[in-house]
Design a protein around this ligand. Sequence first.
Ligand code: BTN
Length: 262
Amino acid sequence: MTDRISSRAIRAGLENKLVGRKIVYLEQTTSTNDEARRLAEAGAPEGTVVVADYQSAGRGRQGRTWQAPFGSCLLLSVVFRPSVPPDQVQRLTMTAGLAVVDAIEERTGLHADLKWPNDIIIRGQKLGGILTEVGVTRSRVDFVVLGIGLNVNLDPVLLSGELISPATSLSAEVGRDIPRLPLLRSLLERLEERYLHAGTGNLLVDEWAQRLTTIGQRVAVTLPDGALQGVATGVDERGALLVRTPDERLVPILAGDVMVSA
Ligand code: BTN
């Protein structure tokens, strides 16, 4: 099924003031994150949303590719201009992760979880991911692009690419196609609600940590400059994963790949 999406259709019935004040729909682009960054650099307002039906160079974290057949999934990026220092930007990824699981539950009844730092998962299988990119000018955050990819109506066996964990989709989980437009609208609404009420304290981090299936698990972490193993015991206020190593060190991991080991 390819259910049609357009800026007008997204806007109709969208109960938002901020997220979606400008909506750009593209049948095809390289990556919605590229397009959103270009718009942000040209002064696009906070809340600008870019949605595409196909990406020829969709990307994930750590230089991976992100693939989705035309019209099957949700591929979008949202421009934010938060007044936060660069080391607080991970809070937007937390906000987005929680908004995505809220929207999934609202539209399908499925309970999705999060895997540190940015995966949306169901039953341990990857359903989506978030790619957060930041524009910094003179050490200040000028804009943040939140890129969200969600497998909606997709046979997961079609997914090739550099998957590090098994994939699933909403249609595979519920056994029927899921209309993308209402799901997208719910996602934009939950994102606005959570963004406007995120505050600056630990509530957001605590709620995010409770959704992370990674905590309490034995993990193998691949870092840019090495690897380590241990037990994930929690996250700190920046969102870094805290891993207790066999020699009892508590190591904060800010960026890396985490595999849950048996
Ligand atoms: C990951 O799991 O590594 C993050 C995947 C993020 C994919 C989305 S799809 C929309 C946006 N445009 C991109 O090129 N990537 C993000």
